[in-house]
Design a binder for this molecule. Structure first.
Ligand SMILES: [Fe+2]
Length: 302
């Protein structure tokens, strides 16, 4: 299991047993607070919620929906307060994903980034998404942490609100690279995606801004096609050249890249994703902080 399931062994044990019983993807939930996790997965509920939200990165929204259900059950008078606290993480309806007018990385930054990728050791490549997307990733490399800080003013202008960095990751796709249609968690409310290197332009497709998809409207074997073909989603496409960046609201816009078209022996696309949240919301987006932030959750989750 990746990540850190801290807390008492009893809860971890209970988590493993319950997760197995309901065939849950253990890794998907390993960044949740164990107490929260315990409450969320108890019973049949998460299995049903996973069917309603089958896409990559849906774990946050599943937790949010489940906690709302528990509040409604155990202290319904606090539900409005909980829901209102998250309004700041929702994206305004008229926001549109767009490529930036000017390159984000100049020649020197591109060279430095390519050197970093070339010098990565085998151990530095995180490989847990190789089978699903044919990509390795590296979280929060020191160089990109510094670059991300320098981009705060630019991103605040683009977002129309003050932001702060949350995390970044280098993403190195290979021959069978693909990014299934999904929405990000609000830990990535705003994303600046910069192309470092590629063998050919590789389109990314975005829906318009949509409400958080909590209603289970895309389910069953064809859920991906349902999302892509839903006329309310209005998909459009963008491509990048090295150094260029695009800005989008990944937790309110569906997005995907089709499988890389194999045009040469070794295909690749190297991208850096800088994720930002509204200034002051680090604890709000972090599910492990919810019990501290909302005193009534202790009551609601018991
Ligand atoms: Fe994403």
């Amino acid at each position: 299991m990746r990540g850190n399931l801290s807390g008492s062994g009893r809860r971890d044990d209970h988590f493993s047993i319950t997760a197995n019983r309901f065939s849950l993807n253990v890794e998907k939930y390993c960044n949740l607070n164990p107490v929260l996790l315990y409450s969320i997965i108890e019973g049949r509920v998460v299995e049903d919620l996973e069917k309603q939200m089958p896409w990559y990165d849906s774990n946050w929204l599943i937790a949010y929906k489940r906690v709302k259900e528990l509040i409604l059950l155990n202290c319904p008078q606090r539900l409005d307060e909980f829901v209102r606290a998250f309004e700041i993480l929702k994206t305004r309806d008229n926001f549109v994903a767009a490529k930036l007018d000017k390159p984000v990385f100049d020649v020197v930054m591109l060279e430095k980034s390519r050197r970093i990728i070339k010098d990565l050791t085998e151990e530095q490549h995180e490989k847990h998404e190789v089978s699903r997307m044919d990509r390795t990733i590296v979280h929060n490399h020191p160089y990109f942490i510094e670059v991300q800080k320098e981009l705060v003013d630019l991103v605040s202008d683009l977002a129309g609100e003050p932001v702060e960095p949350y995390y970044n990751f280098l993403c190195m796709y290979s021959n069978l690279g693909v990014c299934e249609v999904h929405m990000d968690t609000p830990e990535a409310k705003w994303t600046l995606d910069v192309c470092i290197d590629q063998f050919a332009p590789w389109p990314i497709h975005f829906s318009q801004v949509r409400p958080w998809p909590e209603l289970g409207q895309y389910t069953g074997d064809g859920w991906q096609e349902q999302i892509k073909n839903d006329p309310d989603n209005h998909f459009s496409s963008l491509t990048l050249s090295p150094g260029e960046g695009l800005f989008f609201a990944g937790s309110s816009q569906w997005h995907y890249r089709e499988k890389i078209k194999k045009s040469q022996a070794k295909n690749y696309c190297h991208l850096i994703f800088f994720h930002y949240v509204p200034k002051g919301t680090r604890d709000l987006v972090n599910t492990t902080k919810w019990l501290d932030k909302f005193d009534f959750l202790e009551l609601a989750l018991r």
